[in-house]
Design a protein around this ligand. Structure first.
Ligand code: GAP
Length: 458
């Protein structure tokens, strides 16, 4: 086993962006046309990572909770939805433009004295008045002219509303009783003015949202419970817990629907930023949908004398694509290898939890010749039903380990001449670079064990 010394753990946005492109995690959208601001494409490793994060969250919410069910609602919803939800009126950013250099700013993100003196923070030129700019993408449905106001439809800015409009359907079809939750993962769209920091804030992104319906009066208790559960989720995922903190929204930050709200913030390379929101949305949404749709959305409480009331909603809302960025930053490490030996002197490694790593196990024949490649393919075929596998036979074995380290592959299996002789293989661990020898027949069960018992140590 090599002695390892950590000499530089911290990820920078430059390193993450460059690794993401080089290894096929994330590409700029429409790159050959100069790129599309606010949109990104997820390459072969990126889509695997994104899917696994989504599956992991889905399991956490649905498989591990009797009282939470799933939903996949449409992105296009009746436009009245967004009047009822308050988004048409309130989902706005305050904008100012510089009349001289034409730069555009969010008025709440530049020094207040610039706004009051109406002076550009960049060139000192005059600023326009603050205007409200709605973040919803507006388009038209049906065969209409683009200036026809009758057929306006919006791309959803949050997945939550698809859940609220289906809440009665789900109570009826699945005989749900309070408290219960509905989970959903899907795309959301916001016409963000500032889209910097790679995939942190984009115009097209994905959310993982869960809406938990509770009896009035129990909302504060459930709000605290969900704060605990969401914190525990990141702990289980092996995230560096000293990189997470809570931030309670002050009165000036609370969204129009929220009675109370906390963000889980992560220490990204560019500083502490919101990762997920836990919100007490009170009775706001269902009351508004009742008013706007004319449908009675009260819950009939059979356990309390058939009383009718509007439930409170506790929401947990995480960005899937933002979580992906967090996992890249959190997993990234660089290590100097004191014992140079067979391996290179320095490595970049992504220490993903094995449940979200894009590739779980890579199978590497020491040589292509002498039947080792065929043997390795055979072993890979045995593993691929149960694990996400990769096969790599090109180049020196040390370099191949490096490639897998950089892709975040937690386990490598090496096939050599001894495998031919006695059927044993080498299992190499990404984090420690430790290698053990075991019979090929024990490989799958050992991998299952290792995944279940995984604890991040670096
Ligand atoms: N339904 C509540 C809601 O949408 P939010 O705080 O506006 O609340 C929830 O968004 C989460 O969605 C954020 O914590 C973030 O992870 C993600 N998110 C929001 N806007 C985003 C954007 N423009 N790009 C990427 N992720 C975004």
């Amino acid at each position: 086993m090599s002695e390892l010394q950590t000499y530089q753990g911290a990820a920078t946005m430059e390193k993450i962006t460059s690794l993401a492109k080089r290894r096929g995690f994330v590409f700029q959208s429409s790159e050959i046309y100069g790129g599309q601001n606010g949109a990104w494409d997820y390459g072969p490793l990126g889509v695997e990572l994104k899917n696994r994060i989504a599956q992991n969250w889905w399991k956490e919410m649905t498989q591990l909770h009797d009282e939470i069910v799933g939903l996949d609602a449409a992105i296009l919803m009746h436009p009245r939805t967004w009047e009822a939800s308050g988004h048409v009126e309130n989902f706005t950013d305050p904008l100012v433009d510089c009349k001289k250099c034409k730069a555009r700013f969010r008025a709440d993100q530049i020094p207040p004295e610039c706004v009051s003196a109406k002076k550009c923070p960049e060139c000192g030129g005059d600023l326009t008045d603050v205007r409200k700019f709605n973040l919803m993408f507006k388009t038209h449905i049906g065969p209409v002219e683009s200036n026809d106001d009758d057929n306006v439809i919006y791309l959803r800015p949050e997945t939550a509303q698809g859940i609220y409009v289906n809440y009665k359907n789900i109570i009826q079809s699945n005989r749900m009783k309070l408290p219960f939750g509905i989970a959903q993962i899907g795309k959301a769209f916001r016409n963000e003015i500032v889209t910097k920091n790679f995939i942190f804030r984009t115009c097209e992104f994905e959310q993982m949202e869960m809406q938990y319906f509770v009896k009035p009066g129990t909302d504060v208790e459930w709000f605290n419970e969900w704060k605990k559960r969401r914190w525990a989720y990141y702990e289980k995922l092996g995230v560096k817990m000293d990189h997470l903190r809570w931030h309670q929204h002050g009165a000036d930050e609370l969204a129009h629907y929220a009675k109370d709200a906390y963000d889980i913030e992560y220490l990204f390379p560019m500083g502490w930023k919101e990762l997920e929101g836990v919100h007490n949305r009170s009775q706001y949404d269902l009351t508004r949908h009742t008013d706007y749709s004319g449908k009675d959305l009260r819950y009939i409480d059979q356990d309390d004398g058939n009383k009718k009331y509007i439930p409170f909603i506790i929401e947990t809302s995480a960005g899937l694509t933002r979580t992906l960025l967090m996992t890249l930053c959190d997993a990234y490490d660089e290590e100097k290898i004191a014992d140079k030996g067979a391996e290179d002197d320095c490595r970049a490694v992504l220490r993903f939890h094995p449940t979200i790593a894009p590739i779980t196990v890579a199978v590497l024949p020491l040589q292509k010749k002498d039947g080792l490649a065929d043997l390795a393919q055979d072993i890979r075929a045995e593993l691929r039903e149960d694990f996400a596998t990769d096969y790599d036979q090109g180049g020196a074995i040390g370099r191949r380990y490096r490639r897998q380290d950089e892709a975040g592959t937690p386990f490598c299996v090496t096939i050599d001449y001894e495998t031919k002789e006695n059927g044993s293989v080498t299992l190499r661990f990404r984090d420690s670079m430790e290698q053990i020898r075991l019979p090929r027949g024990e490989l799958a069960s050992r991998l299952f064990q290792e995944i279940k018992a995984y604890k991040r140590t670096k």
